[in-house]
Design a protein around this ligand. Sequence first.
Ligand SMILES: Nc1ncnc2c1ncn2[C@@H]1O[C@H](COP(=O)(O)OP(=O)(O)O)[C@@H](O)[C@H]1O
Ligand SMILES: [Mg+2]
Length: 305
Amino acid sequence: MFETQKLIFVGGKGGVGKTTVACSLGVHLSDRFKTLVISTDPAHSVSDSLQQPIGEQVKKVNHTANLFALEINAEKIYHEFLVANRQKLKRIMDTATNLDDEDIDMMLETTIPGLDEVIGLKTVTDYASQRDYDKIIVDTAPTGHALRLLSMPHLLDDWIKVMAKLRWKYREVVTTFKGIYEPDMGDDFLVEMKKTVKRIESLLKDATACEFLPVSILTDMALAETERLTKTLQDYGVSTRYLIVNQVLTDIHDGAFFHKRKQEQAIFKARVKQAFPTFRVIEIPLYAEEVKGIEALRKVAEALM
Ligand SMILES: Nc1ncnc2c1ncn2[C@@H]1O[C@H](COP(=O)(O)OP(=O)(O)O)[C@@H](O)[C@H]1O
Ligand SMILES: [Mg+2]
């Protein structure tokens, strides 16, 4: 599992066990690889899962040989990006449009389509491009958000195209009057963003480097969402090979109540087989206790492997 892949996104519906799977995979892989778990879910729970404080700076995880973790504040990172690039963005809007200063300020307050998500994703892929870590596991926000995240490079790319086109007109005007056009920081910015989008997109679509690991449970709602998620991922060209089915009932779950639930799960297991014929399905049993701390996560990892 994940021999060559360096970047692994874990995703699925809220509450199905994304954080649990991301952290147990992290604990497991860190025995052999230097591993970083990054949470991009604004509702961070990596700290709770690992049972130790993690924050906006990379922290070594106690009781592991080589595991590190980080909970990113995407909103803050985006804000810092805007502050750092405000002049360049202003320059683009100033020369590409007839807007006055006040209009431009207003536009910069509203979001450029996909820019915030791309900047969040850039933080993740920047870690993946560094040599510091062998494996990076991303604990993503619930499905809708994760999909938005992955589909955004394309939206931002469209925005860059439009801006570049407007700039081209501006460039013609300048050339006509001055005879020469010197690229400015606005051009630099667009080129830089274009490169970033390209880099992110090619990384996401490289099956040897990146993979999405969907997590689901045996309910109608969770499976329906997982079917949509995997379909969309395949359309984008993001590799998915495994499906984690969490909270599965086994022989240890006995009694009338579990008997009924097991009958229900059997129906959904059949649906998994039918709806995900190409996936390798990995089942994790429902444990009697909440999965918390390194020891419990190791137990889940055993089931995973
Ligand atoms: N197989 C399992 N057995 C028992 N409890 C589980 C199992 N998987 C997850 N949990 C618990 O369920 C809760 C939700 O899991 P979590 O990984 O936080 O989900 P998500 O990140 O998808 O919202 C957590 O309290 C977690 O410890
Ligand atoms: Mg979570």
